[in-house]
Design a binder for this molecule. Sequence first.
Ligand code: SAM
Length: 211
Amino acid sequence: MSKSWLERRKRDYYYRRAREENYRSRAAYKLLQAIEKYGLIKPGDVVVDLGAAPGGWLQVARQVVGDKGFILGVDVREIEPLDYGNVHVILGDITDEETLRRIKAVLPRPADAVISDVSPNISGVWELDHARQIDLAEYSLRIALSILRRGGNLFIKVFQGEFFDEFLSEVKRYFRYVEVFKPKASRKESAEIYIVGMDYRGSQLNSLESW
Ligand SMILES: C[S@@+](CC[C@H](N)C(=O)[O-])C[C@H]1O[C@@H](n2cnc3c(N)ncnc32)[C@H](O)[C@@H]1O
């Protein structure tokens, strides 16, 4: 880690704020800003958080859903447990079919919201990172389509680049209202951007009583 990176991080407003407010990541503010603007998550919701480590989004989601909601975080990295009975975690790879089966086995009912902040390890080669990230976003979308209830919401990170428009069109096929959102907490120089999909057109299957 270079010295200048460490110094920049110390000066970063959201990094400092996250430390003061006990969030596990500065990313927490990206989700907070999206919830403020779109009302993506509500009290009592079932929320699935893909790429959830270290857990900043889990903390924010828990604040919003409260005691009556249910949250499931998934990551290939270990997530230190949160002190709430209704926040669950799965150690798993979203590209592995088994992970989807495990998610479904844990959820009490189809999800009201799927949020995905999944990122590959960054190589620094823009085209490669973009292609890898879009591939992961595609896996997140597939999972969302199979676990969301009709009318549910999606919040998903994508890196901008040549495959972005195609991915956005795909999201538009499945959600009635779709917007592209760059939260203030997302660094200007970062290629990341978020797609907000509201009101999943739905699959009859996900709404079945037998879930
Ligand atoms: C930017 S971090 C998420 C930060 C999180 N939203 C927070 O607020 O703490 C991206 C995460 O995606 C995870 N990830 C990358 N590839 C994955 C995969 N195939 N399956 C599951 N998680 C993955 C990484 O391990 C990493 O923890």
